[in-house]
Write a protein that binds this ligand. Structure first.
Ligand code: AMP
Ligand code: MG
Length: 310
């Protein structure tokens, strides 16, 4: 692999080229509606091993397997009625289901890191969908960044940490949702457990303990206390920044950049990682962030900010 990773436009030609690299067992960063994913064929142990190596991802942290639809997903997991119903209502979309893995699932064992479960999602982005439609295997795709650092929502963010470590970036512009998918485990008997809050708000914030409060659980390492780290101290719920702080504003609380001047939580989610990337490379030695309302829509943002600050 050369020093420089190529970035090509995600038009029909670009998508066909990416599909060929993936068939050959390579790594391609692909836009999804949440963040850019680092895709490899999920049925190849060698290809999946390359994802862990490129990201420096610990081997105990399983990957999400991206599928076209429920029909393809049923080859890999046992779908209870509750799971089928969730998929019918939210796919394609930013909801990942953690389900019992079929014993004979034709997938590399490393995608689920030895767990008896598998995480599945049918993404809703035209580029990722076009790619999946051309391939006869699903794609393992964690976020396209070095493990533990800020997630990518643009091709430039991907190159910031993976340039020279992957084969190709498909440029589909900025991601619309901007935070990673909601992850829900469907347990025996249909009980739901939220492993990571995200764009799909299935749970009432009043009734849900903050995810990640279960220290020591490695079932969804996105739950670990420190993640999405910009490499500088981060202070939350700040109204006025100190002189050496890069201020990330929200609404009327101004800053060096603003998540959403109009106070839109949707826009704030979409801009979160762009602001964190800006803050990471700014001259200031630390980062301050304005308060974000902890409503159903604000929860995923606050979850990521808490881990960036940990
Ligand atoms: P990323 O794609 O980088 O956002 O990471 C994928 C997330 O999905 C991580 O937090 C994983 O721990 C989680 N995940 C993947 N597979 C499983 C699984 N079988 N059980 C629980 N969590 C999972
Ligand atoms: Mg990630």
């Amino acid at each position: 692999m050369s020093n420089k990773t190529r970035v090509i436009l995600a038009d029909a030609e670009g998508i066909a080229r990416a599909a060929q690299i993936l068939r050959d067992g390579g790594l391609v960063a692909v836009p999804t509606e949440t963040v850019y994913g680092l895709a490899a064929r999920a049925d190849s142990a060698d290809a999946v091993a390359k994802i862990y190596a490129a990201k420096g991802r610990p081997s105990f942290n399983p990957l999400i397997v991206h599928v076209r639809d429920l029909e393809q997903a049923r080859r890999f997991a046992d779908f209870s009625n509750v799971a089928k119903d969730l998929a019918a209502r939210h796919w394609p979309g930013p909801l990942t289901l953690v389900l019992p893995r079929c014993e004979d699932a034709p997938l590399a064992p490393a995608v689920s890191a030895g767990l008896p479960t598998i995480a599945l999602r049918a993404p809703d982005h035209p580029v990722m969908r076009a790619l999946l439609a051309q391939l006869d295997f699903p794609l393992a795709a964690p976020s396209a960044n070095l493990s533990g650092f800020i997630s990518p929502t643009t091709p430039a963010h991907v190159l910031a940490s993976l340039d020279g470590r992957i084969d190709l970036v498909l440029d589909g512009g900025a991601c619309s949702a901007g935070v990673e998918s909601t992850i829900v485990a469907v347990r025996d008997g249909g009980r739901l457990e939220e492993l990571r809050p995200g764009p799909v708000a299935l749970f009432d914030p009043a009734n849900t303990p903050p995810s990640g409060s279960k220290t020591g659980s490695i079932e969804a390492p996105g739950q670990l206390a420190s993640h999405y780290a910009p490499g500088k101290p981060v202070r939350l719920n700040v109204i006025k920044a100190e002189p050496d702080e890069f201020m990330i504003g929200f609404g009327a609380v101004a800053g060096d950049c603003n998540l959403s001047e109009t106070g839109s939580l949707k826009e704030a989610a979409a801009r979160l990682y762009t602001c964190l990337h800006e803050a990471a490379v700014a001259a200031q030695t630390s980062i301050a962030v304005a308060p974000i309302p902890d409503t159903a829509e604000g929860r995923a943002i606050n979850d990521r900010l808490r881990r960036a600050a940990a």
